[in-house]
Design a protein around this ligand. Structure first.
Ligand code: GAP
Length: 514
């Protein structure tokens, strides 16, 4: 199935099974804003808990924070967002559609990379075990041609972005004949900068209101609380502050479902270090964060690092962790070495000293910062994209849709079903749920045939199903069915708790991180 079709199916699946709904749907929706349904909110909460526990529980020098969305507007002047949090936008005069110039160019580069990959895959299939990929890439005429084009676009793009040269960005779009996907024409306007922050008013106009911003990142809430946490927690450098919360950006190109939203959620951690030690910690967090992703078992080949060509105004090193989405490798998380930029700026704009006295060095300094920043919604999308699977069953007579979610993240851990709605089986099933629900998200289901009930649970990714039948009343055993293998085994009710616990806990995942 083409990847585009997979993505469409995934979006439809999210709606049908209560994961994600378009916001304000009965009023025809609101662009790039989404609501999470009964299963979506559970998956989202599990992702957040997996992150929080890995960052705050496993690292004794990382503590949490929950700062307000509304903050003093000068914070955004100090952070550089008022002046520099812009995207370069370009309009197509025929379709009247607006695009991000950088995204158009990145999509072009993605297409060239796809062409190279196709050539390599074709040759690998043809030559089998004897295939030497490095040699093929270095000698094949088609690959070399594509690679040369890629390198040329890439070099021009990097230069234009680093120089903030909007005319050069437009020239790349014209030179490589990038067309508007709607009108199919090259009738482009100039490239202009567009600030992404939403604004609102605080206080009544009669009293004089203040223009404030909806935060575009949670990070600044951490920076302005640095001294509060450091002093009250008696924290010693190096230490980190973690926070999960909403962020808002007036994205120009809000496409690809929950990949780019106007209201979204971030999980960010700022790690404060001695100046000069930032690269060591940058490498540390790069490795730790990649392990966190890969521990979920979605395949190491589906993740990669991508070093930034253009560094943000505050960074001296930056990399993304990308996941293979149905529309190519895309950023899920950013890891940035933010230098002492933010704390120094807040020191300057607030007029308050923001420094740390290092007892070992016997000196005060403004700490340097390593940031790890991941979008909850993007992580959610990556997990769903990596889990969605359609596979033939019953010797190819039927197809089942199964979400092979990491068990620890699944919205429902175990479904308990009486084979029939009589003879005391429902009561027995409820009894089992009563003992399990203290620790696990359980679901009771007695409607339709058992086969249909299994399919419903597969579709929301429930790792285990328990069926209660007449034999259960005789010998206290149930049928336990595994979502992925569809294997069924007879187990004692007394063993259920331990089996479910071993399957769905985060313990084994966390062991890979420490
Ligand atoms: N504090 C640094 C920061 O905000 P960023 O790269 O702009 O860095 C970090 O954002 C992460 O937030 C991204 O890797 C992505 O997962 C998520 N994110 C950013 N913009 C988003 C959007 N419009 N919709 C959904 N997630 C977004």
């Amino acid at each position: 199935m083409a990847q585009e079709d997979v993505f469409k199916k995934l979006v439809a699946h999210c709606k049908e099974y209560g994961f994600v709904f378009p916001s304000s749907e009965i009023y025809d929706g609101l662009g790039a804003v989404y609501d999470y349904g009964q299963n979506g909110v559970e998956l989202k909460n599990n992702i957040k808990k997996y992150w929080w526990d890995a960052m705050v529980k496993l690292n004794e020098n990382v503590v949490g924070l929950d700062s307000a969305i509304f903050m003093h507007p000068t914070i955004w002047k100090a952070s550089g967002h008022v002046d520099a949090f812009n995207d370069p936008l370009i309009d197509n005069r025929d379709s009247k559609k607006r695009y991000r110039a950088d995204v158009l160019i990145e999509e072009l580069m993605g297409k060239i990379e796809d062409k190279i990959k196709k050539e390599v895959d074709k040759a690998a299939k043809k030559f089998g075990d004897s295939f030497d990929e490095a040699k093929f890439r270095a000698t094949n005429a088609h690959v070399l041609e594509h690679q040369a084009k890629f390198d040329e676009v890439h070099a021009r793009y990097k230069q234009a972005m680093n120089d903030g040269d909007l005319e050069a960005l437009r020239q790349i779009i014209l030179d490589y004949e990038i067309v508007c996907p709607i009108s199919g024409t090259k009738n482009w306007t100039e490239v202009r900068q567009f600030n992404l922050m939403f604004t609102t008013e605080m206080g009544s106009t009669a009293d004089g209101s203040m223009k404030i911003y909806l935060r575009p990142e949670t990070a600044q809430g951490i920076f302005v609380n640095f001294l509060n946490v450091q002093k009250t927690g008696r924290m010693k450098i190096p230490f980190g502050i973690a926070q999960i919360g909403k962020a808002f950006r007036n994205e120009i190109v809000a496409r690809q479902f929950i990949f780019r939203m106007r209201e979204f959620e971030q999980m960010e951690m700022q790690f404060f270090v001695r100046p000069g030690e930032e690269m060591k910690w940058f490498e540390h967090w790069k490795t730790f964060r990649m392990k966190w992703h890969q521990a979920l078992g979605m395949g190491a080949e589906n993740y990669r690092y991508h070093d930034h060509d253009k560094l943000a105004h505050y960074a001296n090193a930056a990399t993304d962790i990308e996941f293979r989405m149905p529309f190519g490798f895309k950023e899920v998380e950013g890891i940035h070495s933010r230098t002492d930029f933010d704390l120094s700026q807040h020191q300057k704009y607030s007029g308050k000293k923001i420094q740390y006295f290092d007892p070992e060095l016997n000196e005060s300094y403004v700490p340097y910062v390593i940031e790890t920043s991941i979008g909850v919604d993007r992580m959610f999308l990556s997990i769903l994209a990596g889990s969605y699977c359609e596979e033939p069953v019953d010797d190819g007579k039927d197809t089942r849709v199964v979400l092979r979610l990491p068990a620890a993240l699944a919205p429902v851990k175990v479904a308990v079903m009486p084979l029939v709605k009589k003879d005391g089986l429902p009561e027995m099933a409820r009894k089992i749920i009563d003992t399990m629900k203290l620790d696990f998200a359980c679901r009771y289901d007695e409607k339709d045939s058992i086969g249909k009930r299994y399919r419903r649970q597969d579709a929301i990714g429930t790792p285990l199903c328990v069926t209660v039948d007449h034999q259960t009343l005789e010998d206290n055993t149930v049928t336990l069915r595994d979502r992925d293998t569809m294997q069924q085994e007879r187990v004692s009710v007394d063993r259920l708790y331990d089996i479910v616990s071993a399957k769905v806990g985060t313990r084994e995942l966390f062991k890979q991180l420490v």
